[in-house]
Write a protein that binds this ligand. Structure first.
Ligand SMILES: [Zn+2]
Length: 189
């Protein structure tokens, strides 16, 4: 269970996050596939394709895709929208017992929101070497000084999540300059 060992100070290696098969692999892949559907829907809106799903007791509580451009809201990342919707559905801001699936490693804002929401477990797809705060650039989710540390698993269906992002940014480049800078990332994730 190497992926559930709290990270030491500094960025842990990717292999540490993704080295050990577990009985949850199939379940995690199934829910990540749902998050990837949300990412595709976001891409269809012209959004950076990132999707998130909140699962509790084997059921989807909330699902969302990135809506930064659509809503004109820099905080409208898939994770934040999914956490808000999950809290509304459950009727409690504490998302105890919930797992958040997201296709891209959470940024600083989303990692902070995940900690505040007391999410039990975070499963993400692709790593984000430019903004990821779950092991790549830093690790807010497992910061030793914070009072809540979710379990973290990275790299679930990472190839699929990365491909969606690459396709999106490749297509945007072919289409010349766009409003990418107002989106979720400044370039290739
Ligand atoms: Zn974010």
């Amino acid at each position: 269970m190497g992926q559930r060992v709290p990270a030491a100070d500094g960025a842990p290696s990717h292999s540490l996050l993704n080295e050990t098969p577990s009985g949850r692999d199939a379940t995690d892949a199934r829910w990540m596939a749902v998050a990837l559907e949300e990412a595709s829907a976001a891409a269809a809106l012209g959004e950076v394709p990132v999707g998130a799903v909140v699962v509790q007791a084997g059921s989807v509580v909330a699902r969302a895709g990135n809506r930064t451009i659509t809503d004109g809201d820099p905080t409208a990342h898939a994770e934040v929208l999914a956490l808000r919707a999950a809290a509304a559905t459950i009727g409690d801001w504490r998302l105890t017992g919930c797992t958040l699936y997201v296709t891209l490693e959470p940024c600083a804002m989303c990692a902070g929101a995940i900690v505040l929401a007391r999410v039990d477990r975070v499963v993400y797809g692709a790593w984000d070497d430019k903004a990821g705060m779950a092991g790549s650039v830093g690790d807010i989710l497992r910061h030793p000084r914070l009072n809540h540390r979710p379990q973290v698993v990275g790299g679930v269906l990472a190839a699929e999540a990365s491909l969606a992002l690459r396709d999106f940014f490749g297509g945007r480049r072919e289409g010349a300059a766009t409003a990418l800078e107002s989106g979720r990332a400044d370039g290739d994730p």
